[in-house]
Design a protein around this ligand. Structure first.
Ligand code: SF4
Length: 491
Protein backbone atom coordinates (compact mmCIF):
# COMPACT_ATOMS: atom_id res chain seq x y z
CA UNK A 1 0.00 0.00 0.00
CA UNK A 2 1.35 3.43 -0.91
CA UNK A 3 1.95 6.15 1.70
CA UNK A 4 -0.96 8.16 0.25
CA UNK A 5 -3.22 5.24 0.90
CA UNK A 6 -2.02 4.78 4.49
CA UNK A 7 -2.61 8.44 5.26
CA UNK A 8 -6.01 8.47 3.68
CA UNK A 9 -7.07 5.24 5.31
CA UNK A 10 -6.25 6.73 8.72
CA UNK A 11 -8.14 9.87 7.78
CA UNK A 12 -11.06 7.77 6.62
CA UNK A 13 -11.31 5.94 9.92
CA UNK A 14 -11.30 9.22 11.84
CA UNK A 15 -13.89 10.73 9.57
CA UNK A 16 -16.19 7.73 9.65
CA UNK A 17 -16.68 8.28 13.35
CA UNK A 18 -17.86 11.81 12.66
CA UNK A 19 -19.95 11.68 9.54
CA UNK A 20 -23.12 10.63 11.29
CA UNK A 21 -23.12 13.92 13.19
CA UNK A 22 -22.39 16.73 10.78
CA UNK A 23 -22.81 17.13 7.05
CA UNK A 24 -20.45 20.12 7.15
CA UNK A 25 -17.78 17.84 8.57
CA UNK A 26 -18.50 15.38 5.80
CA UNK A 27 -17.89 18.03 3.14
CA UNK A 28 -14.71 19.20 4.84
CA UNK A 29 -13.47 15.63 5.17
CA UNK A 30 -14.11 14.91 1.49
CA UNK A 31 -12.30 18.11 0.47
CA UNK A 32 -9.34 17.02 2.61
CA UNK A 33 -9.31 13.60 0.99
CA UNK A 34 -9.41 15.15 -2.48
CA UNK A 35 -6.15 16.90 -1.59
CA UNK A 36 -4.65 13.88 0.13
CA UNK A 37 -5.36 11.76 -2.93
CA UNK A 38 -3.67 14.42 -5.08
CA UNK A 39 -6.49 14.17 -7.62
CA UNK A 40 -5.44 17.47 -9.20
CA UNK A 41 -2.18 15.80 -10.19
CA UNK A 42 -3.72 12.83 -12.02
CA UNK A 43 -2.83 12.50 -15.70
CA UNK A 44 -5.43 14.19 -17.92
CA UNK A 45 -6.86 10.88 -19.18
CA UNK A 46 -7.72 9.89 -15.60
CA UNK A 47 -9.40 13.13 -14.60
CA UNK A 48 -13.18 13.01 -14.74
CA UNK A 49 -14.76 15.26 -17.33
CA UNK A 50 -18.54 15.60 -17.70
CA UNK A 51 -18.15 16.42 -21.39
CA UNK A 52 -15.98 13.40 -22.14
CA UNK A 53 -17.04 10.78 -19.65
CA UNK A 54 -17.18 7.15 -20.62
CA UNK A 55 -19.97 5.49 -18.67
CA UNK A 56 -18.78 1.96 -19.18
CA UNK A 57 -21.80 -0.17 -19.93
CA UNK A 58 -20.85 -1.17 -23.43
CA UNK A 59 -17.64 -1.89 -25.37
CA UNK A 60 -17.08 -1.50 -28.25
CA UNK A 61 -19.30 1.56 -28.39
CA UNK A 62 -22.26 2.05 -30.70
CA UNK A 63 -20.09 4.11 -33.07
CA UNK A 64 -17.50 1.33 -33.18
CA UNK A 65 -20.05 -1.37 -33.93
CA UNK A 66 -20.81 -2.21 -37.56
CA UNK A 67 -24.24 -2.50 -39.17
CA UNK A 68 -25.50 -6.07 -38.78
CA UNK A 69 -27.05 -8.15 -41.49
CA UNK A 70 -27.98 -11.82 -41.55
CA UNK A 71 -24.57 -12.86 -42.89
CA UNK A 72 -22.51 -11.14 -40.17
CA UNK A 73 -24.89 -11.64 -37.23
CA UNK A 74 -23.21 -13.27 -34.22
CA UNK A 75 -24.17 -16.89 -33.54
CA UNK A 76 -26.77 -17.37 -30.82
CA UNK A 77 -25.60 -19.34 -27.78
CA UNK A 78 -27.40 -22.60 -27.01
CA UNK A 79 -29.12 -21.01 -24.00
CA UNK A 80 -29.74 -17.42 -22.97
CA UNK A 81 -30.14 -16.76 -19.26
CA UNK A 82 -30.09 -12.94 -19.08
CA UNK A 83 -32.16 -10.39 -20.93
CA UNK A 84 -32.33 -6.62 -20.82
CA UNK A 85 -35.65 -5.17 -21.97
CA UNK A 86 -35.69 -1.48 -22.85
CA UNK A 87 -38.94 0.47 -22.53
CA UNK A 88 -38.24 3.55 -24.67
CA UNK A 89 -40.99 5.85 -23.36
CA UNK A 90 -40.90 8.65 -20.81
CA UNK A 91 -43.39 11.32 -19.80
CA UNK A 92 -40.83 13.97 -20.78
CA UNK A 93 -37.10 14.24 -21.35
CA UNK A 94 -34.73 15.01 -18.49
CA UNK A 95 -32.28 17.71 -19.39
CA UNK A 96 -29.21 15.48 -19.29
CA UNK A 97 -30.68 12.27 -20.71
CA UNK A 98 -29.13 10.61 -23.76
CA UNK A 99 -30.87 7.24 -23.54
CA UNK A 100 -32.97 6.22 -26.50
CA UNK A 101 -36.59 7.14 -25.78
CA UNK A 102 -39.75 8.74 -27.09
CA UNK A 103 -41.60 11.28 -24.93
CA UNK A 104 -45.32 10.56 -24.56
CA UNK A 105 -48.13 11.90 -22.46
CA UNK A 106 -48.96 9.49 -19.61
CA UNK A 107 -52.50 9.52 -21.06
CA UNK A 108 -51.13 7.74 -24.14
CA UNK A 109 -50.00 4.62 -22.32
CA UNK A 110 -51.92 2.46 -24.79
CA UNK A 111 -48.91 3.00 -27.07
CA UNK A 112 -46.71 1.39 -24.42
CA UNK A 113 -49.09 -1.58 -24.25
CA UNK A 114 -48.93 -2.01 -28.04
CA UNK A 115 -45.15 -1.77 -27.91
CA UNK A 116 -45.00 -4.53 -25.32
CA UNK A 117 -46.86 -6.87 -27.66
CA UNK A 118 -44.04 -6.43 -30.16
CA UNK A 119 -41.49 -7.05 -27.43
CA UNK A 120 -43.25 -10.33 -26.64
CA UNK A 121 -43.01 -11.15 -30.36
CA UNK A 122 -39.30 -10.30 -30.27
CA UNK A 123 -38.79 -12.91 -27.54
CA UNK A 124 -40.57 -15.42 -29.79
CA UNK A 125 -38.22 -14.44 -32.63
CA UNK A 126 -35.13 -15.12 -30.50
CA UNK A 127 -36.64 -18.34 -29.17
CA UNK A 128 -36.57 -19.73 -32.70
CA UNK A 129 -32.74 -19.54 -32.57
CA UNK A 130 -31.89 -20.27 -28.93
CA UNK A 131 -33.36 -21.65 -25.71
CA UNK A 132 -34.59 -18.83 -23.51
CA UNK A 133 -34.29 -19.85 -19.87
CA UNK A 134 -34.04 -16.46 -18.21
CA UNK A 135 -32.69 -16.44 -14.69
CA UNK A 136 -32.28 -12.67 -14.69
CA UNK A 137 -34.58 -10.21 -16.39
CA UNK A 138 -33.83 -6.50 -16.17
CA UNK A 139 -36.50 -4.08 -17.39
CA UNK A 140 -35.10 -0.58 -17.80
CA UNK A 141 -35.59 2.48 -19.90
CA UNK A 142 -36.98 4.89 -20.44
CA UNK A 143 -39.72 4.45 -17.90
CA UNK A 144 -40.93 0.86 -17.46
CA UNK A 145 -43.40 2.01 -14.82
CA UNK A 146 -45.39 3.65 -17.65
CA UNK A 147 -46.51 0.16 -18.70
CA UNK A 148 -50.21 -0.29 -17.90
CA UNK A 149 -50.60 -3.11 -15.31
CA UNK A 150 -52.84 -5.25 -17.56
CA UNK A 151 -50.30 -5.02 -20.41
CA UNK A 152 -47.50 -5.95 -18.00
CA UNK A 153 -49.55 -8.93 -16.86
CA UNK A 154 -50.09 -10.12 -20.45
CA UNK A 155 -46.42 -9.69 -21.27
CA UNK A 156 -45.05 -11.54 -18.26
CA UNK A 157 -47.69 -14.27 -18.62
CA UNK A 158 -46.50 -14.71 -22.23
CA UNK A 159 -42.88 -15.14 -21.11
CA UNK A 160 -43.91 -17.60 -18.45
CA UNK A 161 -46.30 -19.63 -20.60
CA UNK A 162 -43.70 -20.01 -23.33
CA UNK A 163 -41.20 -21.21 -20.72
CA UNK A 164 -38.82 -18.26 -21.31
CA UNK A 165 -38.87 -17.15 -17.70
CA UNK A 166 -37.18 -19.57 -15.31
CA UNK A 167 -39.41 -20.09 -12.23
CA UNK A 168 -36.46 -18.97 -10.07
CA UNK A 169 -35.76 -15.86 -12.18
CA UNK A 170 -34.59 -12.72 -10.41
CA UNK A 171 -36.19 -9.70 -11.98
CA UNK A 172 -35.50 -6.00 -11.61
CA UNK A 173 -37.55 -3.12 -12.95
CA UNK A 174 -36.86 0.62 -12.90
CA UNK A 175 -39.54 2.85 -11.35
CA UNK A 176 -40.03 6.55 -11.95
CA UNK A 177 -41.33 8.49 -8.91
CA UNK A 178 -44.43 9.52 -10.86
CA UNK A 179 -45.74 5.95 -10.32
CA UNK A 180 -46.40 6.80 -6.68
CA UNK A 181 -48.69 9.75 -7.45
CA UNK A 182 -51.61 7.30 -7.61
CA UNK A 183 -51.20 4.75 -4.81
CA UNK A 184 -53.90 2.42 -6.08
CA UNK A 185 -52.35 2.25 -9.54
CA UNK A 186 -48.91 1.75 -7.99
CA UNK A 187 -50.15 -1.20 -5.94
CA UNK A 188 -51.77 -2.78 -9.01
CA UNK A 189 -48.49 -2.43 -10.93
CA UNK A 190 -46.33 -3.75 -8.09
CA UNK A 191 -48.55 -6.78 -7.50
CA UNK A 192 -48.16 -7.87 -11.11
CA UNK A 193 -44.39 -7.64 -10.72
CA UNK A 194 -44.38 -9.68 -7.52
CA UNK A 195 -46.66 -12.31 -9.03
CA UNK A 196 -44.10 -12.98 -11.77
CA UNK A 197 -41.06 -12.97 -9.51
CA UNK A 198 -39.83 -9.45 -10.22
CA UNK A 199 -38.96 -8.69 -6.63
CA UNK A 200 -36.40 -5.92 -7.03
CA UNK A 201 -37.06 -2.36 -8.12
CA UNK A 202 -34.77 0.56 -8.73
CA UNK A 203 -36.32 3.92 -7.91
CA UNK A 204 -35.07 7.10 -9.62
CA UNK A 205 -34.97 9.31 -6.54
CA UNK A 206 -31.94 11.31 -7.84
CA UNK A 207 -31.93 14.29 -5.44
CA UNK A 208 -33.60 15.82 -2.40
CA UNK A 209 -33.37 19.33 -3.80
CA UNK A 210 -36.67 20.15 -5.56
CA UNK A 211 -35.18 23.17 -7.35
CA UNK A 212 -32.54 20.90 -8.82
CA UNK A 213 -35.17 18.34 -9.85
CA UNK A 214 -37.12 21.10 -11.60
CA UNK A 215 -34.01 22.48 -13.29
CA UNK A 216 -33.15 19.04 -14.67
CA UNK A 217 -36.75 18.50 -15.87
CA UNK A 218 -37.18 15.38 -13.76
CA UNK A 219 -40.98 15.81 -13.47
CA UNK A 220 -41.19 14.92 -9.77
CA UNK A 221 -40.42 16.35 -6.36
CA UNK A 222 -38.54 14.55 -3.62
CA UNK A 223 -41.31 14.25 -1.03
CA UNK A 224 -42.62 10.91 -2.35
CA UNK A 225 -39.78 8.85 -0.88
CA UNK A 226 -41.05 7.89 2.59
CA UNK A 227 -44.49 6.86 1.30
CA UNK A 228 -42.98 4.97 -1.64
CA UNK A 229 -40.56 3.07 0.57
CA UNK A 230 -43.35 2.10 2.97
CA UNK A 231 -45.44 0.83 0.06
CA UNK A 232 -42.57 -1.09 -1.53
CA UNK A 233 -41.63 -2.72 1.76
CA UNK A 234 -45.27 -3.63 2.46
CA UNK A 235 -45.38 -5.30 -0.96
CA UNK A 236 -42.16 -7.19 -0.20
CA UNK A 237 -39.72 -5.55 -2.64
CA UNK A 238 -35.98 -5.26 -2.48
CA UNK A 239 -35.22 -1.62 -3.27
CA UNK A 240 -32.37 0.21 -4.94
CA UNK A 241 -32.30 4.01 -5.00
CA UNK A 242 -30.65 5.91 -7.87
CA UNK A 243 -28.96 9.20 -6.94
CA UNK A 244 -27.15 11.73 -9.13
CA UNK A 245 -24.09 13.82 -8.34
CA UNK A 246 -21.94 16.29 -10.23
CA UNK A 247 -25.13 18.02 -11.45
CA UNK A 248 -25.07 21.61 -12.68
CA UNK A 249 -25.90 23.85 -9.71
CA UNK A 250 -25.69 21.05 -7.13
CA UNK A 251 -23.81 22.36 -4.11
CA UNK A 252 -22.00 19.89 -1.86
CA UNK A 253 -24.50 20.62 0.90
CA UNK A 254 -27.43 19.60 -1.35
CA UNK A 255 -25.63 16.36 -2.21
CA UNK A 256 -24.96 15.72 1.48
CA UNK A 257 -28.68 16.14 2.20
CA UNK A 258 -29.55 13.72 -0.62
CA UNK A 259 -27.17 11.13 0.83
CA UNK A 260 -28.64 11.59 4.31
CA UNK A 261 -32.23 11.28 3.04
CA UNK A 262 -31.37 8.21 1.01
CA UNK A 263 -29.76 6.50 4.00
CA UNK A 264 -32.72 7.44 6.20
CA UNK A 265 -35.00 5.62 3.72
CA UNK A 266 -32.90 2.46 4.31
CA UNK A 267 -32.89 0.97 0.79
CA UNK A 268 -31.08 -2.33 0.23
CA UNK A 269 -28.67 -0.69 -2.18
CA UNK A 270 -27.87 2.68 -3.69
CA UNK A 271 -26.54 3.53 -7.16
CA UNK A 272 -24.87 6.89 -7.59
CA UNK A 273 -24.54 8.32 -11.09
CA UNK A 274 -22.13 10.98 -12.19
CA UNK A 275 -23.61 13.51 -14.60
CA UNK A 276 -22.33 13.17 -18.12
CA UNK A 277 -23.17 15.50 -20.95
CA UNK A 278 -23.74 13.87 -24.32
CA UNK A 279 -24.22 15.62 -27.63
CA UNK A 280 -27.83 16.11 -28.60
CA UNK A 281 -29.09 16.61 -25.05
CA UNK A 282 -30.66 19.86 -23.84
CA UNK A 283 -27.89 20.26 -21.33
CA UNK A 284 -25.17 19.87 -23.95
CA UNK A 285 -26.71 22.70 -25.94
CA UNK A 286 -26.84 24.95 -22.86
CA UNK A 287 -23.23 24.18 -22.03
CA UNK A 288 -22.20 24.81 -25.64
CA UNK A 289 -23.93 28.20 -25.60
CA UNK A 290 -22.16 29.06 -22.35
CA UNK A 291 -25.52 29.30 -20.55
CA UNK A 292 -24.37 26.99 -17.74
CA UNK A 293 -21.04 26.05 -16.23
CA UNK A 294 -20.32 22.43 -15.40
CA UNK A 295 -18.94 21.53 -11.96
CA UNK A 296 -15.18 21.54 -11.62
CA UNK A 297 -13.22 18.33 -11.26
CA UNK A 298 -12.74 19.11 -7.58
CA UNK A 299 -16.46 19.69 -7.00
CA UNK A 300 -17.54 16.53 -8.81
CA UNK A 301 -14.95 14.22 -7.28
CA UNK A 302 -15.48 15.68 -3.80
CA UNK A 303 -19.10 14.57 -4.13
CA UNK A 304 -18.05 11.02 -4.99
CA UNK A 305 -15.72 10.99 -1.96
CA UNK A 306 -18.60 12.25 0.20
CA UNK A 307 -20.63 9.25 -0.96
CA UNK A 308 -17.73 6.90 -0.11
CA UNK A 309 -17.40 8.37 3.38
CA UNK A 310 -21.05 8.78 4.23
CA UNK A 311 -22.44 5.57 2.79
CA UNK A 312 -19.63 3.42 4.17
CA UNK A 313 -20.07 5.01 7.59
CA UNK A 314 -23.69 3.87 7.40
CA UNK A 315 -23.03 0.29 6.40
CA UNK A 316 -23.19 0.56 2.58
CA UNK A 317 -20.12 -0.70 0.76
CA UNK A 318 -19.05 0.32 -2.72
CA UNK A 319 -19.13 -2.86 -4.83
CA UNK A 320 -17.04 -2.01 -6.70
CA UNK A 321 -17.81 1.53 -7.87
CA UNK A 322 -20.83 3.79 -7.59
CA UNK A 323 -22.97 0.85 -6.46
CA UNK A 324 -23.46 0.49 -2.72
CA UNK A 325 -24.90 -2.55 -0.97
CA UNK A 326 -26.01 -2.71 2.63
CA UNK A 327 -25.41 -5.54 5.03
CA UNK A 328 -22.22 -6.76 3.43
CA UNK A 329 -20.17 -8.05 6.33
CA UNK A 330 -16.81 -8.07 4.63
CA UNK A 331 -16.67 -6.92 1.00
CA UNK A 332 -13.12 -8.24 0.83
CA UNK A 333 -14.52 -11.79 0.82
CA UNK A 334 -16.37 -11.20 -2.48
CA UNK A 335 -14.72 -12.73 -5.49
CA UNK A 336 -15.56 -12.87 -9.17
CA UNK A 337 -16.76 -16.29 -10.30
CA UNK A 338 -16.33 -15.84 -14.03
CA UNK A 339 -15.06 -13.42 -16.62
CA UNK A 340 -17.42 -10.65 -17.78
CA UNK A 341 -17.60 -12.16 -21.30
CA UNK A 342 -19.17 -15.31 -19.83
CA UNK A 343 -22.28 -13.26 -19.01
CA UNK A 344 -24.48 -13.49 -22.09
CA UNK A 345 -27.26 -10.89 -22.28
CA UNK A 346 -29.93 -10.56 -24.93
CA UNK A 347 -30.86 -6.95 -25.80
CA UNK A 348 -34.61 -6.60 -26.31
CA UNK A 349 -36.39 -3.49 -27.58
CA UNK A 350 -35.03 -0.36 -29.30
CA UNK A 351 -32.21 1.22 -27.33
CA UNK A 352 -31.06 -2.06 -25.72
CA UNK A 353 -27.47 -3.34 -25.64
CA UNK A 354 -26.34 -6.92 -25.10
CA UNK A 355 -23.47 -9.34 -25.48
CA UNK A 356 -23.48 -12.84 -26.95
CA UNK A 357 -21.68 -14.96 -29.50
CA UNK A 358 -18.47 -13.07 -28.66
CA UNK A 359 -20.07 -9.83 -29.88
CA UNK A 360 -21.30 -6.59 -28.38
CA UNK A 361 -24.67 -6.01 -30.04
CA UNK A 362 -27.36 -3.34 -30.07
CA UNK A 363 -31.02 -3.50 -30.91
CA UNK A 364 -32.28 -0.96 -33.46
CA UNK A 365 -32.46 2.60 -32.03
CA UNK A 366 -35.61 3.61 -33.87
CA UNK A 367 -39.11 2.74 -32.74
CA UNK A 368 -40.68 2.94 -36.22
CA UNK A 369 -37.97 0.71 -37.70
CA UNK A 370 -38.35 -1.69 -34.77
CA UNK A 371 -42.07 -1.98 -35.48
CA UNK A 372 -41.44 -2.44 -39.18
CA UNK A 373 -38.97 -5.25 -38.54
CA UNK A 374 -41.23 -6.88 -35.96
CA UNK A 375 -44.17 -6.87 -38.36
CA UNK A 376 -41.97 -8.33 -41.12
CA UNK A 377 -40.62 -11.04 -38.78
CA UNK A 378 -37.06 -9.69 -39.15
CA UNK A 379 -34.33 -9.53 -36.54
CA UNK A 380 -34.32 -6.24 -34.60
CA UNK A 381 -30.55 -6.45 -34.05
CA UNK A 382 -29.01 -3.43 -35.69
CA UNK A 383 -25.32 -3.07 -34.95
CA UNK A 384 -22.63 -5.31 -33.54
CA UNK A 385 -18.93 -5.95 -33.21
CA UNK A 386 -17.50 -9.44 -33.00
CA UNK A 387 -14.34 -9.38 -30.91
CA UNK A 388 -11.32 -11.56 -31.63
CA UNK A 389 -9.56 -13.21 -28.67
CA UNK A 390 -7.19 -10.31 -28.03
CA UNK A 391 -9.99 -7.75 -28.22
CA UNK A 392 -12.13 -9.88 -25.89
CA UNK A 393 -9.19 -10.03 -23.45
CA UNK A 394 -9.08 -6.22 -23.36
CA UNK A 395 -12.86 -6.03 -22.91
CA UNK A 396 -12.77 -8.50 -20.03
CA UNK A 397 -10.12 -6.40 -18.27
CA UNK A 398 -12.27 -3.28 -18.70
CA UNK A 399 -15.47 -4.82 -17.38
CA UNK A 400 -13.71 -6.73 -14.58
CA UNK A 401 -12.33 -3.39 -13.40
CA UNK A 402 -15.76 -1.80 -13.55
CA UNK A 403 -18.02 -4.57 -12.26
CA UNK A 404 -16.01 -7.16 -10.33
CA UNK A 405 -14.71 -6.91 -6.76
CA UNK A 406 -11.23 -7.38 -8.24
CA UNK A 407 -9.49 -8.72 -11.32
CA UNK A 408 -8.69 -12.37 -10.70
CA UNK A 409 -5.78 -13.17 -13.01
CA UNK A 410 -6.32 -16.92 -12.56
CA UNK A 411 -9.67 -16.62 -14.40
CA UNK A 412 -7.88 -14.93 -17.30
CA UNK A 413 -5.14 -17.57 -17.39
CA UNK A 414 -7.77 -20.33 -17.53
CA UNK A 415 -9.64 -18.64 -20.41
CA UNK A 416 -6.84 -16.93 -22.36
CA UNK A 417 -3.70 -18.65 -21.12
CA UNK A 418 -2.26 -15.32 -20.00
CA UNK A 419 -2.77 -12.84 -17.22
CA UNK A 420 -3.52 -9.09 -17.30
CA UNK A 421 -0.55 -8.56 -15.00
CA UNK A 422 1.83 -10.07 -17.55
CA UNK A 423 0.12 -8.51 -20.55
CA UNK A 424 -0.16 -4.99 -19.09
CA UNK A 425 2.68 -5.02 -16.57
CA UNK A 426 3.69 -1.38 -17.20
CA UNK A 427 0.14 -0.04 -17.07
CA UNK A 428 -0.67 -1.76 -13.79
CA UNK A 429 2.67 -0.75 -12.28
CA UNK A 430 1.90 2.89 -13.10
CA UNK A 431 -1.65 2.61 -11.72
CA UNK A 432 -0.24 1.12 -8.52
CA UNK A 433 2.28 3.95 -8.28
CA UNK A 434 -0.60 6.43 -8.53
CA UNK A 435 -2.39 4.66 -5.67
CA UNK A 436 -5.28 3.63 -7.96
CA UNK A 437 -4.92 -0.15 -7.72
CA UNK A 438 -3.54 -2.53 -5.11
CA UNK A 439 -1.94 -5.72 -6.38
CA UNK A 440 -1.66 -8.82 -4.22
CA UNK A 441 -0.66 -12.09 -5.90
CA UNK A 442 -3.20 -12.78 -8.63
CA UNK A 443 -5.61 -10.06 -7.53
CA UNK A 444 -5.80 -6.49 -8.84
CA UNK A 445 -8.17 -4.40 -6.76
CA UNK A 446 -9.16 -0.76 -7.20
CA UNK A 447 -8.38 1.35 -4.15
CA UNK A 448 -10.93 3.88 -2.84
CA UNK A 449 -9.02 6.47 -4.86
CA UNK A 450 -9.06 4.22 -7.94
CA UNK A 451 -12.83 3.77 -7.66
CA UNK A 452 -13.17 7.53 -8.21
CA UNK A 453 -11.99 7.16 -11.78
CA UNK A 454 -12.76 3.57 -12.66
CA UNK A 455 -14.17 4.33 -16.11
CA UNK A 456 -11.13 6.39 -17.00
CA UNK A 457 -8.86 3.55 -15.81
CA UNK A 458 -10.88 0.99 -17.77
CA UNK A 459 -10.66 3.16 -20.89
CA UNK A 460 -6.86 2.79 -20.78
CA UNK A 461 -7.40 -0.85 -21.78
CA UNK A 462 -9.42 -0.18 -24.93
CA UNK A 463 -8.07 -2.22 -27.82
CA UNK A 464 -6.02 -0.09 -30.24
CA UNK A 465 -7.41 -1.93 -33.29
CA UNK A 466 -11.07 -1.16 -32.54
CA UNK A 467 -11.74 2.02 -34.48
CA UNK A 468 -14.90 4.02 -35.19
CA UNK A 469 -17.11 2.66 -37.96
CA UNK A 470 -17.43 4.57 -41.23
CA UNK A 471 -20.80 6.02 -40.15
CA UNK A 472 -19.76 6.89 -36.58
CA UNK A 473 -20.31 10.62 -37.08
CA UNK A 474 -24.06 10.14 -37.58
CA UNK A 475 -25.86 12.28 -34.95
CA UNK A 476 -27.89 9.32 -33.68
CA UNK A 477 -24.70 7.35 -33.03
CA UNK A 478 -22.98 10.38 -31.51
CA UNK A 479 -25.81 10.99 -29.08
CA UNK A 480 -26.01 7.43 -27.76
CA UNK A 481 -22.38 6.50 -28.18
CA UNK A 482 -21.01 6.31 -24.59
CA UNK A 483 -17.40 6.34 -25.67
CA UNK A 484 -14.44 8.50 -24.69
CA UNK A 485 -12.71 10.72 -27.19
CA UNK A 486 -9.53 11.16 -25.16
CA UNK A 487 -6.45 9.28 -26.34
CA UNK A 488 -5.07 6.28 -24.48
CA UNK A 489 -1.49 6.95 -25.47
CA UNK A 490 0.58 9.26 -23.33
CA UNK A 491 -1.46 9.10 -20.13
S1 SF4 B 1 -33.28 10.09 -17.19
FE1 SF4 B 1 -34.75 8.41 -17.07
S2 SF4 B 1 -36.74 9.41 -16.70
FE2 SF4 B 1 -35.34 11.00 -17.45
S3 SF4 B 1 -35.71 11.07 -19.66
FE3 SF4 B 1 -33.98 9.70 -19.30
S4 SF4 B 1 -34.83 7.65 -19.18
FE4 SF4 B 1 -36.55 9.13 -18.93
Amino acid sequence: MSSVDEATQTQLRNIEAQTGHSLDELIAAAEALYDAYQLDALPAALRRNSLDYYYLSIYPSLGEMRPLAEENAPPYPATVRNAYVHIPFCSGVCDFCSYYLVAISPRRRAAVARYLERVAAEFDHHARHTTLDLTTLYVGGGTPSLIPPDALERFLAHLRQRGYLNPAALGTLELHPELFVDEEAAVAFLRVLRHYGIGRVSVGYQASDDDLLRATKRRHASGFLAGAMALLRAEGFTVNLDLMYGLVGQPAAAWATTLADAVAAAPDSISTYFLFVDRGTGLYERVRRGAVALPTHRAAQTQHIMAQLYLEAHGYYELPNDFWARGVVDPATFRPERLPSAAVTLPVGPGAYGYYGGAQVANVFDLAEYERRADAGQSPLWRGYRLNADEAFHRDVMFALKNDPFIDCSLFRAAYNRSPLERFADRFARLEELGLVAIAGDHIRLTAKGRLCVEEIAALFRHPAIAPAADAAHPLLQKHNFAPTYPVAGW
